[in-house]
Ligand binder design. Structure first.
Ligand SMILES: *Cc1c(COP(=O)(O)O)cnc(C)c1O
Length: 467
């Protein structure tokens, strides 16, 4: 026996045709079943067995997928999914994943088409936000890693000695709004600067970073002997979708000779909607930027992206010269620089294909309309909440996130209500805290969510809460 391929491909081919039909049957009838259902113990136990010594037939494994995995999915492909910030995927994205897997390309580097596809996608991302199209960048798991890469690049631009010498007693200090995503403070922690080196700046009544407070804090830190090196602005905050005053932050960064990084995880896509693009003015001045194709871009998980304006500074933060990775002037080892010069990963999958196919298939205009439609659905929810005395709208709706609660219920009741709602299978929003109060948080990132979904969610809430 040699190799792992089947001797006879006929049965596998027939099975795979059936799989594809099932995949599109599910996609065509998306929303008919529950958004989520708890996984019974029996199904969980099916994944607790010793390492198999002998293999099982693909047919059997597929029947286990249908019985024990598919029904207990995360649910973000369903119109009722509005929790956290998750994209819903698309049919073309499903196909792209299959095609990419068939090639098995390792996109750490070398001279092959996948690298060119990734470069194209990076140029499109830069064009979308208005950064120079020759900006550097790479695809990563998500914005957690993209923000980390931006912060690492900025710290090494400020002090190139950090790479060999470590952070030691570094005085480097960064700034973000107190509403910034937790991955920003974790990036400071992972970078060795320590999460205390990230100053959290208060926000105004619209939950945007207070730029006067930022300027004052930078002055105070300089007087105390610290070295401010980065300002992190958020375009679309995770709790209520607020956009920091990016223009003002960019100006402060320039005046203070700081790096300007933008966390645009989901919000950067608002740049594609003409009516919302203006809110993000200033994003084009970013020195580096994080965004997720797997959120508002609807590309299947995972697909994050980091952009860095200055290619040399990006490479300075990550590139190495290693004899087993020698770059050639021709042959498969050509085509430098490689993606592994721009981030911590060496082996990487062909994420770019699903991104390229999604953007090329729908086009920027259609994706912008989808973004605007999500914002309109969010506005509809906010209007229904505001028009009804039983509800309270808890934060302004800048883009696509609506934080609301029931007027006469405490935190514990809201917590229970959201769990009941999840188990009902009708809708899956999540929760957050606004001004110390637990609230229901609906993030409309899902291109399948409509006004009808919102109506169904509110009816279910009213029945569950007996209001
Ligand atoms: C989701 C999100 C992140 C983290 O991105 P991942 O892709 O989950 O790693 C960072 N910032 C914001 C604003 C987000 O919404």
């Amino acid at each position: 026996m040699s190799g792992l391929d089947p001797k006879d491909w006929t049965a596998l081919r027939a099975l795979s045709h059936r799989m594809l039909d099932d995949v599109f049957d599910r996609a065509e009838h998306m929303g008919e079943g529950p958004v989520w259902q708890p996984m019974p113990q029996e199904a969980r136990d099916a994944f607790r067995h010793d390492l198999p010594q002998e293999g099982e037939a693909a047919e059997l494994l597929y029947s286990r997928f249908l019985g024990q995995i598919r029904p207990y999915s995360n649910g973000n492909t369903h119109p009722g999914f509005m929790g956290w910030v998750q994209g819903a995927g698309t049919p073309i994205g499903i196909l792209a994943e299959l095609l990419a897997a068939s090639l098995n390309d390792n996109c750490g580097g070398r001279d092959h088409a996948a690298i060119e596809v990734e470069r194209q996608v990076i140029r499109w991302a830069a064009e979308m936000v208005g950064m120079p199209v020759d900006s550097s960048g790479c695809l990563v798991t998500g914005s957690s890693l993209a923000n980390f890469i931006g912060i690492i690049t900025a710290s090494r631009a400020a002090d190139p000695g950090l790479r060999a010498g470590g952070v030691g007693q570094s005085k480097l200090i960064g700034y973000a709004a107190e509403t910034a995503h937790g991955c920003v403070s974790r990036a400071f922690d992972l970078a060795g600067l320590g999460s205390d080196a990230l100053r959290l700046i208060p926000v105004d009544e619209l939950y945007r970073m207070d730029s006067a407070a930022l300027a004052a804090r930078i002055r105070q830190d300089r007087q105390a002997g610290y070295a401010p090196f980065i300002i992190v602005g958020t375009a679309g905050s995770v709790d209520c979708g607020a956009v920091d005053p990016l223009d003002e932050l960019a100006a402060i960064a320039r005046a203070e000779k700081c790096w300007f990084h933008v966390d645009g995880a989901f919000g950067a896509f608002a740049r594609l909607s003409p009516e919302h693009a203006i809110m993000l003015d200033g994003i084009e001045q970013a020195d580096s930027l994080a965004l997720d194709f797997h959120k508002w871009g609807q590309v299947p998980y995972d697909a994050g992206c980091v952009l860095v304006r200055d290619r040399a500074l990006h490479a300075q933060a990550f590139a190495q010269s290693l004899s087993y990775l020698t770059r050639a002037d021709r042959g498969l080892a050509g085509n430098a620089p490689w993606p592994c010069d721009f981030g911590p990963d060496l082996s990487r999958g062909f994420r770019a294909l699903k991104v390229w196919m999604t953007i090329a298939h729908y086009g920027a205009r259609r994706l912008g309309e989808m973004v605007a439609e999500c914002c309109a659905v969010a506005r509809y929810l906010a209007e229904r909440v505001e028009a009804d005395a039983r509800y309270l709208l808890m934060a302004p709706v800048a883009l696509n996130i609506v934080c609301f609660t029931l007027a006469d219920r405490d935190d514990a009741a809201i917590d229970e209500l959201v769990k009941d709602l999840h188990e009902s299978g009708v809708a899956a929003p999540s929760t957050t805290r606004i001004e110390g109060r637990m609230v229901i948080r609906a993030a409309i990132v899902n291109h399948r969510t409509t006004r009808k979904t919102i109506d169904a969610m509110l009816s279910k809430i009213e029945r569950l809460a007996c209001i």
